[in-house]
Design a protein around this ligand. Sequence first.
Ligand SMILES: C[S@@+](CC[C@H](N)C(=O)[O-])C[C@H]1O[C@@H](n2cnc3c(N)ncnc32)[C@H](O)[C@@H]1O
Length: 270
Amino acid sequence: MGTKRLRRKVRHGLEWTAAALDDLGRWLTRKTDPELPPLRLRFVGMGDFRDVGDELKTLLIRFGLRPSDRVLDIGCGVGRVAIPLTYFLDERGRYDGFDVVRRFVAWCQRHITPKHANFRFHHADVQSSEYREKGLAATEFRFPFDDASFDFAFATSLFTHLVFAETRRYLGESARVLAPGGRLIATFFLLNDHSREVLPRLDWHYRFPNEKGPVCFANAANPAAGVAIDEAALVQLVRDAGFARYEIHYGKWAGRADGATFQDVVVCWR
Ligand SMILES: C[S@@+](CC[C@H](N)C(=O)[O-])C[C@H]1O[C@@H](n2cnc3c(N)ncnc32)[C@H](O)[C@@H]1O
C-alpha cells in the first residue's frame, strides 16, 4: 500500500473513531436523533446533516420536484436528502437512490424503507478513489433502471467526486432513465472566468490546484476527493448526453453571497 493511501486510511480511521465516541456520548446522554444515521456514517459533506438535507430538499422543490414524481437520487449517500423527502413525496411518488458505499445503502434500507415502502435503495458495485476501492469502472456502469422510468433525477455533491469520463457516462445514463420532459438537478464546482479568478483567494481547503484537461482535482493522488469542471466542457457534455436545454444557477462556493446553495446547480431538461 502506498504511503498516501495508508495516510488516508489512518485519517479515515481516526475520523471514524472520533465520530463513534461522539455517538456513544450522545447515546449515553439520550441525545441520539432516531431518524438520522449515526455520526460515524455521516461522512457526506460539510455542515449540519439535517439542515443541509432540508436545504437541498427546498432547492429540489424550487427547481420543480412534485410530490407525485418518480425520483432518482444518484449517489444518495446515507439518506441526507431522502429523509426530508419522506415528508414531501406522497403515495403516488416513488424514490430510488443508489450509492457505491454499501454501509450507507444498508443503513437506508434498514431505517428508511421499512417506514416508507416507496423509498428504495440500491448498492452500485462501482469503484471510486475516495469511496470504494473495488468495483466496476464508473465509466462502464449502467444505472439499474429502465429507459424513461423517472420524472426527476438529482445528484447533490456527486459530480464533484467524478472524473471527466465518469461525468460523461453519468450524464448519459441520467438522460437515458429520464422520461421526456423530465429533469436532472446536479451540483458542480464550475470553473469559469469568475471562479478561476477568485479560487486562489478562497478561504477553504478545495483550491483545485491539479489541472487535468477540462477538470481540476483538489488532490492529484485521490482524484475523487474533489473535482471542479470547466463550465464550457460541462455544457458540451450536457448537450452530448441528449438534454434539450439547461440552466446554470451559481452557488456560494466561489464567493457569490446570493448563490442558490453552496455548489453550482445545473438544471437539465430531457
Ligand atoms: C459528498 S457525498 C453526497 C451524498 C448525497 N448525495 C448527499 O447529498 O448527502 C458523495 C456520494 O457520492 C457517492 N459516490 C461516489 N462515486 C460514486 C459513483 N461513481 N456512483 C454512485 N455514487 C458515488 C459516495 O459514495 C458518496 O455517498
